[in-house]
Design a protein around this ligand. Structure first.
Ligand SMILES: [Fe+2]
Ligand SMILES: [Fe+2]
Length: 295
């Protein structure tokens, strides 16, 4: 199963310093083109929040227009820049009818035995920038996980359940007390193989118990790398990115792709012939010795 993830699209019809840094609509349009051209075609695209910048009806309309060429099914979860009611209205056709009571969390059960279970976990709060995981949501998550302890599971959410170590982003991260409790829930259920999030606008990896945690780069501006406490906050125009989480049947393998049209991709036809030879040598001998390969 191939699960693509895009995050922090921040689609806006307004001008402000952060949005003007890059063209949010042109970038999303290009990312959609790239997703559509992927072989094999992803089974689903997770949209992990901050899909619009201010959550207005006009911005959701603009967003839906940009997503319209995407023929791959999407599963959205809101971020702190989204507004619950407008978000649910905008995605009414793709969200399951049995959303959790009071929050936009839901479960997508596997359609085949070999597929993982997908759980969207809503960390947004209508009046807050930082994320929340209050008791009722934690109880809901714990119940969902307890219902299928044997099924490999991916959780997708907006605010990561870990600190990023970028101090100024962590101040607007998941509320620290809630994060401790959420990590305890995740650590209790070892069928969770992967937790994916957005919000930080950088690719970052960590662990909670046996679960890998992956944060996806944004389709718009990225956050500058600085893990120095009190460093001046910075954002950058580096290329848009997305992730592809490949479920092998046993594990998730995560690829981070940059959508950079300045980068030249060169196909190595002649090297392919060499690789075919390496494959046959290794299948015969179990190893690739330089002497066998003429190095
Ligand atoms: Fe964001
Ligand atoms: Fe965010």
């Amino acid at each position: 199963m191939y699960i693509a993830q895009i995050t922090d699209l921040h689609i806006s019809d307004q001008s402000n310093e952060r949005v003007q840094l890059v063209d949010c609509t042109a970038r999303l349009a290009r990312v959609v083109e790239v997703l559509e051209s992927l072989i094999p075609r992803p089974d689903v695209v997770l949209l992990t929040g901050d899909l619009t910048d201010e959550g207005t009806a006009d911005q959701y309309l603009l967003l839906q227009g940009l997503l319209a060429p995407l023929t791959i099914p999407v599963l959205p979860i809101p971020g702190n820049h989204d507004l619950h009611d407008a978000f649910v209205e905008s995605f009414a056709e793709v969200l399951p009818p049995d959303l959790a009571d009071g929050h936009c969390s839901y479960v997508i059960e596997p359609r085949a035995a070999a597929q993982p279970r997908l759980i969207g976990f809503d960390t947004s709060h209508p009046e807050r920038i930082d994320g929340v995981a209050p008791q009722d949501r934690l109880l809901w998550l714990d119940q969902q996980l307890s219902a299928a302890p044997e099924v490999p599971t991916l959780i997708f959410m907006h605010h990561p359940p870990i600190d990023s170590t970028i101090w100024w982003m962590d101040i607007v991260g998941l509320s620290p007390g809630d994060a401790v409790e959420l990590r305890a829930v995740i650590a209790r259920h070892d069928q969770i193989r992967l937790v994916v999030a957005g919000h930080i606008h950088r690719p970052i990896h960590s662990m909670i118990g046996s679960a890998r945690v992956s944060i996806c780069p944004s389709t718009v501006h990225q956050v500058g790398l600085s893990v120095v406490e009190e460093a001046v906050p910075s954002v950058s125009t580096e290329p848009a990115g997305f992730q592809l989480h490949v479920w092998t049947g046993e594990e998730f393998v995560t690829h981070t792709e940059r959508v950079d049209d300045r980068a030249e991709r060169v196909e190595l036809d002649s090297f392919r012939v060499d690789v075919e030879r390496y494959r046959s040598v290794r299948s015969e001998t179990g190893a690739l010795f330089k002497s066998d390969l003429g190095f």
